[in-house]
Design a protein around this ligand. Structure first.
Ligand SMILES: *[C@@H]1O[C@H](CO)[C@@H](O)[C@H](O)[C@H]1NC(C)=O
Ligand SMILES: *[C@@H]1O[C@H](CO)[C@@H](O)[C@H](O)[C@H]1NC(C)=O
Ligand SMILES: *[C@@H]1O[C@H](CO)[C@@H](O)[C@H](O)[C@H]1NC(C)=O
Length: 281
């Protein structure tokens, strides 16, 4: 009987080799002469993707999860110009505002009611809809959009994309990963510390959605995982801690690493109120 350690090592090795296999398969499909050659490189089962049992392409938060089949984990898509995501939203779960830089999306509600909002490039108006089971909506390439499960039960949606590598850009996570003073300036001279405090609250996608829904369904927002924030390097670093006053105020807030290089400068603009302290649950 092999030990658990051996089984674990075998499982880990299998996962690594699956990932290496995908990269190697994609590379050989991309250099194949034509589609016939591509089909001949694949086994029958390589044309099947299981959304209910996926080991990759999974994005998960307190409000649900989604499984994405793209060229990254489904090599049969190479050259086919399509991809698909299946979303499993918890009650009041929200797919937070995001955009797909390289594809238009058509989203179909399988068995729940979603609200959906879209805002496109400069000058375009906001589009809002309620999508019932059996209905679909379209999100133009590059538009910022979100979906919220308005029901008190879990629901499923299916999204198709017209490119095999649609990509996802999560608006809040990406935007707040810019240098904090740049974000502060672009938000109308908000304090840097306030920006850092907002970032510290960012829930992972899929997140819990609107207050009205949570109240209607008797749910508490609670603490959500927050692992999808942009890593900091020197170019987008958080402010350095420079004063004991700053460290006292920082440790008083939940965002304990917040520090206040420009505390006196920003005090003149706007008093820092730790964002965490103001959150309603
Ligand atoms: C899920 O996938 C694993 C291997 O990837 C397989 O062993 C297992 O039987 C699958 N489970 C279901 C329910 O399909
Ligand atoms: C972006 O949109 C706003 C509002 O429509 C417009 O006033 C502004 O000039 C646009 N910016 C650019 C760079 O096009
Ligand atoms: C929708 O289907 C999923 C399974 O795919 C199930 O978990 C969920 O409860 C269903 N929701 C409704 C409202 O029927």
């Amino acid at each position: 009987m092999p030990s658990f350690a051996v089984l674990f090592a075998l499982a880990a090795a299998a996962v690594t080799s699956v990932h290496a296999d995908v990269a190697a398969t994609v590379a050989s499909l991309k250099t194949a002469t034509n589609t016939v050659a591509q089909v001949n490189l694949l086994q029958d089962q390589d044309f099947v993707f299981d959304f209910f049992n996926a080991t990759s392409g999974v994005s998960k938060g307190a409000g649900g999860h989604a499984v994405a089949a793209s060229v990254s984990n489904f090599p049969a898509l190479v050259g086919q110009g399509v991809a698909m995501t299946v979303g499993f939203l918890e009650p009041c779960g929200m797919n937070t505002p995001h955009t797909h830089p390289r594809a238009t999306e058509i989203l179909y509600s399988v068995n729940g009611t979603l609200t959906s909002g879209t805002i496109g490039e400069n000058g375009s108006r906001f589009v809002f809809n309620t999508i019932n089971p059996g209905q679909a909506t379209v999100f133009p390439m590059g538009s910022v959009h979100y979906q919220s499960n308005e029901g008190c039960e879990p629901m499923t949606f299916v999204s198709a994309f017209n490119y095999e590598d649609p990509g996802t850009l999560s608006i809040a996570q990406r935007y707040l990963g810019l240098p904090p003073d740049v974000v502060a300036a672009s938000l109308g001279n908000l304090g840097v510390e306030e920006v850092v405090g907002i970032e510290a609250l960012l829930p992972d996608n899929f997140a819990l959605g609107r207050d009205e829904c949570l109240q209607r369904c008797g749910l508490a927002r609670g603490t959500q995982p927050s692992t999808q924030r942009q890593p900091r390097v020197s170019g987008n670093a958080l402010p350095q801690e420079t004063s004991s006053a700053a460290s006292a105020s920082a440790s008083a807030s939940a965002s304990a690493t917040v520090s206040v290089a420009s505390a006196s400068a920003s005090a003149a603009k706007r008093e820092f109120v730790p964002v965490q302290a103001r959150r309603r649950d």
